[in-house]
Design a protein around this ligand. Structure first.
Ligand SMILES: [Zn+2]
Length: 103
């Protein structure tokens, strides 16, 4: 029960984190896994790739295929909807942060 909640919330944080970076530059799976690891999130490709794909299906990210060293790499950037969603979420996060940490 407890672990399910933590996992759900973590995955939501991960989505916000992806949106944040994809709104600034094109991101790809492996680099995003490394970036998230830097922040203390240990995600497998089996979790991250479906997350990126789901966000694309929801219209938050758009995907561009590029060939890098003979391999197809999928680069994701935030769509207009993704940017609007990020702005809205940032407002909510800021409000919650203030409540939690008396900021
Ligand atoms: Zn980051």
């Amino acid at each position: 029960m407890n672990n399910t909640i933590i996992r759900d919330v973590m995955l939501s944080f991960v989505r916000v984190h992806i949106l944040h970076h994809a709104a600034r530059e094109a991101v790809f799976g492996l680099a995003m896994i490394e970036e998230l690891r830097r922040h203390g999130y240990d995600l497998s490709p089996g979790t991250l790739y479906p997350t990126l794909h789901g966000m694309e299906q929801s219209g938050l990210l758009k995907c561009k295929h590029e060939v890098v060293a003979g391999k197809v790499r999928k680069y994701y950037t935030a769509t207009a909807k993704g940017r609007r969603t990020l702005d809205e979420l940032k407002g909510k996060i800021k409000e919650l942060f203030g409540e939690l940490f008396d900021a």
